[in-house]
Design a binder for this molecule. Sequence first.
Ligand SMILES: *Cc1c(COP(=O)(O)O)cnc(C)c1O
Length: 384
Amino acid sequence: MKAIPYGRQEITEADEQAVIETLRSDFLTQGPKINEFEEAFAGYVGSKYAVAVSNGTAALHLCALALNVQPGDKVITTPITFAASANCVRYCGGEVAFADIDPETFIIDINKVRELLEAHPKGTFKGIIPVDFTGYPVDLEAFRKLADEYGLWIIEDACHAPGGYFTDSNGDRQSCGNGQFADLAIFSFHPVKHIAAGEGGMITTNDEALYQKLLMLRTHGITKNPDLLERNEGGWYYEMQDLGYNYRITDFQAALAMSQLERADANMAKRKAIAERYDKAFTGKKMVLQKQERGFSNAYHLYVIQVEDRKGLYDHLRENGIFAQVHYIPVHTMPYYRQFGWKKGDFKKAEAYYDRCLSIPMYPNLSEQEQQFVIDKVLEFTEK
Ligand SMILES: *Cc1c(COP(=O)(O)O)cnc(C)c1O
């Protein structure tokens, strides 16, 4: 039996064809596929604007720049995330603060964020970066209310959650990254994520001013837009108005992502079916599953179980060709972040979660036989 990873991309013939067509076209970068993908992605998540970039980390960096994070600015995020969620603050010289997770849903606990805000004078913090961890949608309606009380911006790290949504207090469906409550949201198109572009990222927003700023920052801070130029010296003329970067995605990556986006709904249905089979097999067994609250539709980038002997289970699965993974080592315990005074013991819930968590295989083309093999091997260990 071939190895079963925790996550895996799916490339179809249609995907290959889409890339080949772009390679044979006039544009390798900054071509028509980028705009097409941005429009389609904005449509998919329900935001007004979308800006495609070279990867999810670049997306986070541009968001922090667009929101004008300055040296010393304090920003709150969760310790249970990929380091990039916090690093974007550091790129701008800001300081990262953490708020502990809810031990049942594993996502940032709004009560801990409120406690942190209340413990400091107003104006101490500038923003919050909540993460739709595993694909579980953060209740951004509640976060928006809290953020407004304290004058904070919100960047939703929705890398795990394209296709996830929650039902707000009016009964309306709010898709992750739709820009309704967060100022900006970001996505990644790394191969293990829902949509694979090789490398790629996206920022979505409903704020036109931020959108214009992001477009400029993505390309060196340069604009050719006649409406924005200070003067116009001719057809060649452009202005560098801000210090930006080259964070562009290529046209053939956009073509691949666009082709994958067309299967997003079908793949979401497959992820949900896999989650249901796991739920059924594991309920009542010697493990803790993520709580799925009513009204919150998980996009299931990850399926996480918590077990007493995590290392034992990890090794047992590996011996059987199943490559489970741990998401995540708490960011505040990383050597880099310890230099700012963070240490083990600071966030008990996150650390307890980390000690026991394991992400088991979850990807659309995981076959039922493969999944059954995973289930059998997990239970063989936990129920022994
Ligand atoms: C993958 C990921 C990122 C970074 O995306 P890249 O495209 O790999 O740079 C950031 N945050 C979270 C939560 C992620 O899962």
